[in-house]
Design a protein around this ligand. Structure first.
Ligand code: GLC
Length: 471
């Protein structure tokens, strides 16, 4: 099968969150399992772009409304990623340093999608599956099926994977003139609440829709920023598939970003050495359980609750645990987290910003990873942490529900709580402190975590079943 992934992110070329990790791994494993998988994304001006060599693969031109533009498809020269990576260069529109955050993002991703579909319609042999990720690729299934210019692609099957349904990419109806001439009888497929809603359009037009966990699929029928009824109506073509993680990239025995390597046999000593290193660097107490948070400091991740909850926990337990917060986002949360550094020197620290290396070091060093997310379509951090023998403390939602079993249940290996509130978080921290004191229990849970298999191999088979159900 030939599978074309269309996305706004793909690690290591461009990553803002989990979407990048998944699109950087899934095609690699699809190729290993014998299919031909490739990824297309906008040519942003990233470090990866500058540090690698590219071949010009195709040159074309098309329209974004009145604007006639040239585009170039370039292809990564080497094959180190394990799949072919193609970038769309549209002068002035896509070649900028950031992935998102420009006032003309709507036009940027429209231009990107139009160029991709235009390119695909020039292929000598059609792909079997066009796999779109999130709303930035959401208009592709509609364009392939209903734009006159792309008639050739009408029967190519499309799949939408929803990594985050909080964002729909909604735009004014006026923007419809930017889309290459389409069959006006199909107006209803583009429209949602008087706007063009690319996510809704993709749910309506794609042959299959997947979410990144089964529980999230169910949750979308109840909360999805206004798309609830759509998910109920379309449920027969929807399925939840829990993400995998790239076990080659995320392996404490070989990870180049981890100072002291370890595996299941020497996990206790290995983690201890990494913890010593990070405690030294961040002025923390090696003898206390180290609880880390790694992620964007935004409402979805319940980062706003963290400063209060941590302060409360430190006071209530007489600094029974240490904390390290890593991430960037809302400035109010950033300053509240930084403020705690002065209040609890030696027990608390924060690193505002994100770089891959600090993240990896923290997974290897920490005893617990805290994820109080209000919304978590899948969540990868809990899986990375388990692979590194770090016990997940998660709110019971979405993919966290599907991947973490509370220690109170038979064979449980994590800590799960119901609400993203200070009370629930503090209570979970107290539970973590008491597990930490029991070395036997701690080792048992660490071992269980490390033995769980979230590798992509089995996940790829589930995607293959989805493809085969439509091809
Ligand atoms: C998004 C979701 C996250 C998921 C990731 C990869 O970032 O918020 O839960 O793990 O996509 O699918």
């Amino acid at each position: 099968m030939v599978i074309v992934h269309i996305s706004a992110e793909c690690y290591p070329m461009a990553k803002a969150g989990g979407l990048g990790d998944v699109v950087g791994a899934l095609p690699k494993y699809q190729k290993k399992m014998g299919d031909e998988a490739l990824v297309v994304l906008p040519m942003y001006k990233t470090k990866f772009l500058e540090e690698h060599e590219w071949d010009v693969h195709f040159k074309g031109n098309t329209n974004l409304g009145e604007w006639f533009f040239d585009y170039t498809i370039i292809k990564l020269k080497d094959s180190k990623l394990g799949f072919s990576l193609y970038l769309v260069d549209i002068n002035g529109l896509l070649d900028r340093p950031k992935i998102y955050g420009y006032t003309d993002d709507t036009d940027r991703f429209l231009g990107f999608q139009i160029a991709v579909v235009n390119w695909l319609s020039n292929w000598a042999k059609q792909p079997d599956i066009v796999h779109c990720h999130d709303h930035q690729a959401g208009l592709v299934p509609f364009m392939m099926k209903h734009c006159y210019a792309y008639k050739k692609l009408q029967n190519v099957k499309t799949v939408l994977t929803i990594h985050n349904a909080q964002y729909h990419g909604s735009m004014d109806w006026d923007k419809n003139t930017l889309i290459p001439k389409w069959d006006e009888w199909k107006h209803g497929l583009l429209e949602w609440n008087n706007n063009i809603n690319p996510l809704a359009t993709a749910v309506k037009c794609a042959d299959r829709v997947t979410t990144v966990s089964p529980t999230y699929m169910q949750e979308l029928k109840l909360h999805s920023n206004g798309l609830e009824s759509l998910f109920v109506n379309e449920q027969s073509k929807c399925i939840g598939i829990l993400n995998g993680i790239d076990n080659e990239l995320w392996d404490p025995a070989t990870d180049p970003m981890v100072p002291f390597h370890y595996s299941l046999n020497d996990v206790i000593e290995g983690k201890r050495k990494n913890k010593e290193a990070i405690c030294d660097k961040c002025n923390l107490n090696i003898d206390k359980p180290l609880i880390v948070f790694i992620g964007r400091l935004v409402g979805e991740k319940a980062a706003d609750v963290l400063p209060g909850a941590i302060q409360h926990a430190l006071d209530k337990t007489n600094c029974g645990a240490n904390f390290l917060m890593i991430g960037a986002g809302d400035t109010a949360v950033e300053s509240a987290l930084n403020y705690l550094v002065q209040l609890y020197p030696g027990e608390y620290n924060s690193f505002i910003g994100y770089d891959e290396k600090t993240g990896h070091e923290a997974y290897a060093a920490a005893d617990f990873l805290l994820m109080p997310s209000r919304v978590e379509p899948c969540g990868l951090n809990q899986m990375y942490s388990m692979r590194y023998g770090t016990i997940p403390m998660v709110r019971d939602t979405g993919g966290l529900h599907d991947s973490v079993l509370d220690m109170g249940e038979p064979d449980g290996f994590g800590i799960r709580f119901l609400h993203a509130t200070e009370t629930d978080i503090v209570y979970s921290i107290e539970r973590a402190i008491s597990v930490y004191k029991d070395k036997v229990q701690m080792k048992k849970m660490i071992t269980q975590c490390m033995q769980i298999d979230h590798s992509w191999e089995s996940v790829v088979k589930e995607y293959k079943n989805v493809y085969e159900s439509i091809v």
